[in-house]
Design a protein around this ligand. Structure first.
Ligand SMILES: [Zn+2]
Length: 201
């Protein structure tokens, strides 16, 4: 058990607290900037302080841009009046259609679809074949929602993120990288969307 370490970095003249998380699941290092969370650098378990500082130093300019971006919403969702109930209904309908046709194309079946209010994930696929999705995907462009559904349906064939999985996904959706990038860039805005309370009929 390693305590979360922190680094204070000067980003464009402003002190920024960067959390350090150690993981075996990262190659080299990765910096994650999510709205409402402190920026985080993910490094290999045995990374030394000097390696961490060097990694941060090479990404300072990028980090500055990301922090600026994360502080400035651009989708205009604050003007939207979609309630959670409306969002869940629409998400469920659109997701079901895509999941059914994609499962049929791949010759697999799934248990059921659940639409949830998740804080940090877009979708998941259980070992029993249950698919669950974040209702906020309804706020994303259709291609992005489509990508997340196809991603999870592909997990019914390939359960892990190995090369076979990405090959299958690429075969089903050759442009999936654009959608993945869109989620990296704008996902935080969608997660931050606060729906108005249900409108009285
Ligand atoms: Zn996956």
């Amino acid at each position: 058990m390693v305590l979360p370490a922190k680094r204070f970095v000067d980003v464009g003249g402003r002190p920024v607290e960067l959390h350090v998380r150690r993981s075996t699941r990262v190659n080299g290092h990765r910096i994650v900037v999510r709205y409402g969370f402190p920026p985080e650098i993910v490094v290999r378990p045995r990374a030394t302080d000097a390696q961490i500082d060097a990694a941060i130093a090479t990404h300072l300019e990028w980090l500055e841009k990301q922090l600026e971006k994360a502080a400035r919403p651009r989708l205009g969702l604050e003007r939207l009046r979609l309630t959670e109930e409306q969002g869940r209904r629409e998400a469920g309908a659109r997701i079901s259609l895509i999941a059914q046709s994609e499962a049929a194309a791949l010759g697999v079946t799934f248990e059921r679809i659940t639409v949830r209010d998740q804080r940090s994930r877009w979708g998941s696929c259980s070992s029993k074949g249950g698919l669950s999705f974040n209702w906020r995907l309804v706020l994303a462009p259709h291609d992005v929602l489509d990508y997340v559904v196809v991603h999870e349906v592909c997990h019914l064939v390939e359960h892990h993120h190995g090369p076979e999985f990405w090959r299958l996904l690429e075969r089903r959706r050759p442009g999936y990288r654009d959608s993945k990038r869109w989620l990296d860039d704008h996902g935080w805005e969608i997660l931050a969307y606060r729906p108005p309370l249900s409108i009285a009929a």
